[in-house]
Design a binder for this molecule. Structure first.
Ligand code: NAD
Length: 403
């Protein structure tokens, strides 16, 4: 067993910029990789003044830009096949990924299809991408997914009953440019769902199980508890928790927007190598059944998942409580205080309290548990193990709204 210090792995884009105004760095970053730019953006953001200004700046430096706007919510796998073909025909040097997590993930998958061909189903799961993909410069306009720095893209496949991930170190972008200015226009619900998802990334990264590292075979994409990630996750909690409700209530609060954007980036840097666990595994089927956004589902589940963690990893939860501003000395009291603080934040930004509220029927819980157990990369790093009954107990509580 790892003693004292533990183990750590960092896997990040070589270039990361954060702060108001850093979007000015996007044209020169793209130019480092060539002059044919395939820009992936959803139809709404394609018309936004910031994006129009950016494309003009990239063209002004002599680049040939194709703007591709076929980004559908939830990323149905079929739509991406057509996008991949369009990108291949253009023969880009570099992909500009601009928008929320949907656009960033779409861009990763399009880069994958251009570089390696085939069908996305060939790459489902972990470490199935055979080599580097086209360079991706990722520019998030929501503060939440962390996709700009992570090795994963999530799509929906009608054959799978739930969302499915493609995870590979080759999907980590070459550059992430996080300018909070681009998030100022995000409406309250988008801000809340994306922001709570970022907090969940940090919380689940920090509570991930310790995985043994063995000889032979590659390091898994997600390595579980991680020394570097711990620091990033706690700082993400310190940044996001005090500012998220402010950013939701007043989208023009520049300080709150900057804190949540920075926290979301740190959370992504944390969970990229570590992984997330049960809130995410359970959201995949819940999102598919209820057609609710990703962050609504992970935000709804996180208090129940953390509650189940209290008896198992109280010291870890106590450290989260401290990052949330708690002052309890007794670790058990501090652990419960951490869960209560997370639950209170979820309520403050309008996350529903129970699965019943979003239309999940009680008789669907068993099916949800079975589907969640299929998301091995997530379940395998749960600190609670992969016991079906544990998942059902969490789901029962979440259905009733009973913590
Ligand atoms: P999104 O990309 O689906 O966008 C939601 C809506 O917000 C869209 O209508 C979009 O046009 C709008 N929007 C985005 N930015 C805006 C802005 N600045 N101003 C106004 N409107 C804006 O939402 P999301 O929450 O960013 O991403 C969710 C997706 O990300 C899900 O598919 C989820 O599975 C995925 N995800 C990926 C990772 C990863 O590491 N790859 C992690 C978490 C979630």
């Amino acid at each position: 067993a790892a003693a004292a210090a533990g183990t750590g792995t960092l896997r990040l884009p070589p270039r990361i910029h954060v702060g108001y105004g850093v979007r000015s760095q996007i044209p020169p970053l793209l130019a480092e990789h060539g002059s044919r730019v395939f820009a992936v953006v959803d139809p709404f953001l394609a018309g936004s003044p910031h994006f129009v200004e950016l494309v003009a700046a990239v063209r002004a430096q002599g680049a040939d830009v194709e703007v591709h706007t076929d980004v559908l919510p939830e990323l149905p796998v079929g739509s991406l096949t057509a996008s991949g073909a369009a990108a291949r025909a253009f023969a880009p040097d570099v992909v500009l990924a601009y928008g929320g997590g949907s656009s960033l993930d779409a861009a990763k998958l399009i880069a994958l299809l251009v570089s390696h061909g085939g069908a996305l189903a060939d790459y489902y799961g972990e470490n199935n991408v055979p080599g580097p993909v086209l360079p991706i410069v990722a520019v998030p306009t929501t503060a939440g997914t962390g996709s700009e720095v992570t090795p994963v893209a999530v799509i929906s496949d009608p054959d799978q009953e739930m969302k499915i991930g493609i995870s590979s170190p080759h999907l980590v972008p070459v550059a992430a440019v996080v300018d909070p200015e681009l998030t100022l226009g995000a409406p309250p619900a988008v801000t809340a769902y994306a922001g709570i998802d970022a907090l969940v990334h940090a919380l689940e990264s920090f509570t991930a199980a310790e995985l043994p590292i063995g000889w032979g075979g590659r390091l898994p994409v997600f390595t579980g508890q991680n020394l570097f990630a711990d620091q990033l996750a706690l700082e993400a909690v310190r940044r996001i928790a005090p500012s998220l409700a402010r950013a939701v209530a007043d989208g023009s609060d520049r300080e709150a927007r900057a804190e949540v954007a920075y926290g979301s980036l740190l959370a992504g840097m944390s969970f990229g190598p570590t992984g997330t666990h049960l809130s995410h595994a359970l959201q995949y089927p819940i999102g598919a059944i209820t057609k609710t956004p990703h962050g609504l589902g992970t935000g709804l589940m996180i208090p129940y998942v953390l509650q189940a963690c209290v008896p198992v990893i109280p010291e870890r939860l106590a450290r989260i409580g401290e990052a949330l501003g708690g002052v309890e000395a007794d670790p058990w009291v501090a652990a419960q205080d951490a869960v209560d603080r997370v639950a209170a934040l979820c309520r403050a930004i309008g996350i529903p309290l129970s699965l019943a509220e979003i239309g999940v029927e009680h008789d669907q819980l068993e099916r949800i548990a079975d589907l969640a157990l299929r998301a091995r990369r997530l379940v395998d790093i749960s600190p609670l193990g992969s016991d079906r009954q544990t998942l059902l107990t969490i789901l029962e509580a979440a259905h009733a709204g009973d913590r």
